[in-house]
Design a protein around this ligand. Structure first.
Ligand code: 4G3
Length: 245
C-alpha cells in the first residue's frame, strides 16, 4: 500500500514514520510512505503557500494553486488509483471500521491542512473524503495524518502478526481484555489464576467476559453498536443480562 502525504512540514514526520513497526514495514516493502512538501509547487519568490482570508478574520488559509498543483502532480506520480483525504476537524470521525476500509485501498493521499484550513475550492474539486481524528483542533493536519497512517498501515497484510488484529480492541466494537505478563505477583497483586491454569477454553471465556464487562462499564455506546451489528452471541447476551445490561 502506498501513502502520499502532502504537507508544509515534512520534517514533522521524522520519528513516527521512521521508527519501529512503520520503519520495518517500509523496509519490508509492505508499505511505501512518500512525503511531499507543498511549497515545492509554489511559483513566487517567497514560496507563498498561504494567504489572508477573504472577508477578513484572523489566521491564514492555504492557497488553492500550490495545493492543487501538488495534489495533481502526486496523483500522477503513480498509476495506482488513490483516495485523496483531507484531515480536518470538520471531517467524518475516524473509526476502526473506516480504518479497515482504508486498509483495503492500494493508495491513500493525505492532505495536511494548516492554519485555518484550505481554500474551499480545493475541497470542492480535489478532496475525495474529509476525516477527523477527534473533536479538537490541532495546529495542522500532520499529527492526524500520522494517526491515519499508523492505524491503517498496521492492518496491511504482513505489517503485524494477523492473529493479534482479530481480537484487538474495537475490532468487533468491544474493548480489549486486561493483559498480564511476568511476574505472577507484583507488589502483592496476583495475576488472575485462570490465566495460569492452562485451560484455554476457560481462558477464552474469561477474556470474552472481561471484554464485555469493560465495554459495558467504559463504553456502553460501543456495546449498543456491537448489539446492532449482531456480533454478540447468546452467551454474551446472557452474561450481559447478569451484569444488568
Ligand atoms: N481533529 C482533526 O483531525 C484535526 C485535523 C486538522 C487540524 N488542524 C488543521 C486544520 C484546521 C482547520 C481546517 C483544516 O482543513 C485543517 N486539527 C484537527
Amino acid at each position: 500500500m502506498r501513502f502520499d502525504i502532502l504537507t508544509l512540514f515534512p520534517a514533522m514526520f521524522q520519528g513516527p514514520l521512521t521508527e519501529s513497526i512503520l520503519k520495518r514495514a517500509q523496509q519490508a516493502g509492505r508499505i511505501e510512505i512518500h512525503l511531499h512538501d507543498i511549497r515545492q509547487w509554489t511559483t513566487d519568490r517567497h514560496r507563498t503557500a498561504d494567504d489572508t482570508p477573504y472577508g477578513g478574520g484572523a489566521g491564514m488559509v492555504m492557497k488553492a494553486e500550490p495545493l492543487a498543483a501538488a495534489i495533481r502532480a502526486v496523483r500522477a506520480a503513480d498509476e495506482r488509483p488513490g483516495v485523496t483525504i483531507l484531515l480536518t476537524p470538520d471531517g467524518e470521525l475516524l473509526t476502526q471500521q473506516i480504518v479497515r476500509e482504508l486498509a483495503t485501498l492500494p493508495r491513500l493521499l493525505l492532505v495536511c491542512g494548516h492554519y485555518e484550513g484550505i481554500d474551499e475550492r480545493v475541497r470542492e474539486t480535489l478532496i475525495d473524503r474529509e476525516l477527523s481524528i477527534g473533536d479538537y483542533v490541532l495546529t495542522g493536519g500532520e499529527l492526524a495524518a500520522m494517526v491515519v497512517v499508523d492505524a491503517v498501515a498496521r492492518l496491511v497484510p504482513g505489517v503485524i502478526d494477523s492473529e493479534s488484529i482479530v481480537e484487538e480492541s474495537h475490532s468487533d466494537f468491544l474493548l480489549e481484555y486486561p493483559h498480564y505478563t511476568r511476574p505472577a505477583v507484583w507488589e502483592g497483586r496476583a495475576v488472575p489464576p485462570v490465566l495460569l491454569s492452562g485451560h484455554h477454553g476457560e481462558i477464552a471465556r474469561w477474556r470474552r467476559a472481561e471484554r464485555l464487562r469493560r465495554t459495558l462499564v467504559r463504553r456502553p455506546d460501543l456495546l449498543a453498536r456491537a448489539a446492532a451489528a449482531g456480533v454478540l452471541t447468546k452467551a454474551d447476551l446472557a452474561l450481559l443480562a447478569e451484569l444488568g445490561w
